[in-house]
Design a protein around this ligand. Structure first.
Ligand code: ATP
Length: 685
């Protein structure tokens, strides 16, 4: 993690922070504010100066920090030039996070809903530990019976029978309690992991599209599966074992002092140095654990991307290169694994050794005490067993401590996601009572993608689409045609200017309501790996209320029904991941049906550039033309017929709409941009 601090005047700070607003940073008004969004960012305001710290997590391989820093530096210095204030930039690497009480508390808070199960497990634990603790004491008693009744065999036997009988009953009770402890704790663990995963998944899904652009899928999957697993495991299995070890250490120590305070002091002299080493080790492991999880996320990212695009990998015969690439990316995980293993081995070796030192010391001094008749043989045997228990339990405690630290590292990565409030919410805002008419306006829109702040896609975009009309957007590749659709769907917010639907700024509208009324068919539609039925119903607000007749009607309109009818499983045919089992044209048509099922007022169509065969093309085109009737349509045109039929053609170039009109008007325009475009760009006929 790197922290960059800017020291600038208060006004410059406001400019910077205003810019930061576009980077999804929340602003506050207090004197000292911690801004939690956007990795993490904090500002401290005093009377004239303001410090802004930008914390960039991870290894910063992509130069992310430099990008932010450059941005802030530019913003701050632009402002400060006029104000003659100074901009100081300082970069420092903070120390690894210390054991943080609040992190630990938060971790424990996850266990709150499971408190009944955990309390039951603890009760079982206390009983089973008491039983275990009774063993050394009873053993001492048995030995003393044997040693003190050497002449009267019958009496010794009856006493032995009695003691062993009682012990057997107690051990049965201990076994039952151990079962209860493990069972309840394990169930609680699974439930906590599940709750945590749900929480992380909810937070991921709630984030705005810009956030996903910057985060590889593999990394998010890793946080969702591996990090949550580490935390869940630590909270259940490890806490259970840790508690057991703690109880054993305390009870064992108590028993040792009860039996012989002098011997107890001898045995426990080793504890303070071991505790000191444990603290140092804990910090080290926490740091490594975080780096290890980060590297694992990087490796998962590589694997996920390639596995999900295996067709391309194979088409280019890149399997060997991909194997090498993965091997390389996983190497860092192994290197960190070596470091962690070394630290773990040293620590475990040391705690194991300390356990044995306790036993040897007790054996030595105990032996002396037995010889001088200070204690009996049974007494010493019990004592030695207690010492051994403590030795084993200290080992258990060290494992608990190490796992707890590992989980704190993983938890920090999880909190980063859970704590982030999305820049664009998934619901909330104004919900008009009536369905929209479909009047769309882009006014003075200025936009760049959050992941590419240096490239302005729109500089000052104006576009007006009347209700029920069809506008075809044309322009060079990369001019921002698809971006227009993304802004209307409010997948991103413009930095300046606004998009309006029926006079309402889309920022004020409930995003759920807005998207409900917009149907989208993209260039390369993605289907989910479920049945055709589920894929079509995915577009419906209430899939359960869609009747079979309605589904068939929509399927017919989208030219899906013809091919679905011929499939053995009909609508229940599973299409494979991303619809891989369907042809390009069939996928397009299912996507059209999916858009149509919600009966949207507005349609966003991105025409496929990939050539379909003539028959497929005709079916797709037919379906599109049918569904456009009576709706406001914004189409990204790649076909000549679409352009010719559009009410308005808008030519997008250099971040603006530079020309508008119908086909004939634009063709008649001398030196017009559209005419120029028609000369250089091939539209499918
Ligand atoms: N999520 C994104 N993050 C960063 N940059 C993006 C993102 N999506 C698109 N861009 C960039 O924005 C620009 C406009 O992209 P867009 O897809 O809107 O262009 P387009 O006109 O639809 O192109 P085409 O006709 O080739 O589909 C391109 O330069 C592209 O590289």
């Amino acid at each position: 993690m790197i922290i960059y601090s800017l020291l600038i005047s208060k006004n410059s700070c406001l400019t910077v922070l205003n810019h930061a607003r576009h980077l999804n940073v929340k602003l506050g008004t207090k004197k000292c504010i911690l801004i939690r969004n956007f990795n993490s960012m904090s500002q401290k305001v005093n009377q004239s100066k303001t410090y802004i710290s930008v914390n960039v997590n991870g290894t910063d391989k992509n130069g992310q920090s430099n990008k932010f820093l450059g941005l802030f530096r530019r913003q701050a210095s632009n402002k400060s030039k006029s104000e003659k204030s100074k901009v100081e930039v300082e970069a420092k690497t903070p120390k690894e996070p210390r054991f943080n009480k609040s992190d630990f508390k938060r971790l424990l808070a996850l266990a709150k809903p499971e408190k009944c199960r955990i309390i039951s497990a603890i009760c079982f634990l206390l009983v089973s530990s008491t039983v275990t603790m009774a063993v050394p004491f009873s053993l001492g008693k048995v030995l003393d019976i044997i040693y003190t009744n050497t002449e009267d065999f019958e009496e010794a036997k009856s006493k032995l029978n009695k003691v062993c009988g009682i012990l057997l009953c107690v051990f049965v009770l201990g076994g039952i309690c151990n079962f209860g402890r493990v069972y309840f704790m394990s169930i609680a663990g699974y439930r906590m992991t599940q709750a945590l995963r749900t929480k992380v998944f909810d937070s991921i899904v709630k984030q705005e599209q810009g956030w996903f652009d910057k985060r590889p899928t593999g990394e998010l999957i890793n946080r969702l599966s591996a990090d949550t697993q580490v935390v869940g495991q630590a909270l259940s299995q490890n806490i259970s074992d840790g508690l057991r070890s703690t109880v054993m250490v305390f009870a064992g120590t108590g028993m040792m002092f009860y039996m012989s305070p002098k011997l107890a002091l001898v045995g426990l002299a080793i504890v303070p140095p071991v505790a000191g080493v444990a603290v140092i080790y804990g910090r080290y492991v926490r740091g490594i654990s975080r780096r290890l999880q980060d590297s694992l996320a990087d490796a998962t990212k590589v694997a996920e991307e390639k596995i999900s695009n295996m067709r391309t990998v194979k088409a280019f015969a890149q399997e060997p290169r991909e194997m090498d690439r993965y091997r390389h990316s996983i190497k860092e995980v192994l290197n960190l694994g070596y470091l962690e293993s070394r630290a773990r081995a040293i620590f475990y070796g040391m705690t194991g050794f300390s356990g044995h030192v306790i036993i040897i010391s007790v054996l030595y001094y105990g032996g002396v005490m037995v010889s001088s008749k200070e204690i009996s043989v049974g007494h010493l045997s019990s004592f030695l067993l207690y010492a051994a228990y403590i030795g084993v339990s200290v080992g258990g405690l060290s494992s608990f401590y190490s796992e707890l630290n590992r989980s704190l590292g993983a938890a920090q990565r999880i909190w980063e996601i859970v704590d982030r409030s999305p820049a664009i919410p998934i619901k909330g805002g104004f919900t008009p009572i009536t369905d929209p008419e479909g009047h769309i306006e882009y006014k003075g829109v200025k936009f760049c993608y959050p992941s590419r702040q240096d490239v302005e896609i729109f500089t000052d975009l104006e576009l007006n689409i009347a209700p029920g009309k069809m506008v075809a957007v044309v322009g060079p590749s990369g001019s921002g045609k698809s971006t227009l659709a993304a802004l209307l769907l409010r997948l991103y917010d413009p930095q300046d200017g606004s998009v309006y639907l029926d006079g309402h700024n889309v920022r004020d509208l409930d995003p759920g309501w807005l998207r409900k009324h917009i149907g989208t068919v993209s260039q390369e539609p993605v289907l989910f790996s479920s049945s055709i039925r589920e894929n079509i119903l995915y577009g419906a607000e209430n899939p359960d209320q869609i009747t079979e007749e309605e589904l068939i009607r929509v399927a017919k309109e989208a030219n899906v029904y013809e091919f679905v009818k011929q499939l053995p499983d009909g609508f229940d045919t599973v299409v494979g991941e991303r619809g891989v089992m369907l042809s390009g044209g069939q996928k397009q048509r299912v996507a059209i049906a999916r858009a149509l099922i919600k009966n949207p007022r507005i349609l966003l169509l991105d025409e496929a550039t990939s050539a379909l065969d003539a028959q497929s093309e005709r079916l797709v085109q037919e379906a599109l033309e049918r569904i456009m009737q009576g709706r406001t349509v914004l189409t990204i045109a790649h076909r000549l017929s679409t352009i010719q039929n559009a009410d308005t053609i808008a030519v997008l170039q250099d971040g603006q709409i530079i020309e508008q009109g119908n086909y004939q008007q634009l063709l008649n325009k001398e030196n017009g941009a559209f005419r120029e475009l028609m000369k250089h760009q091939t539209f499918q006929s």
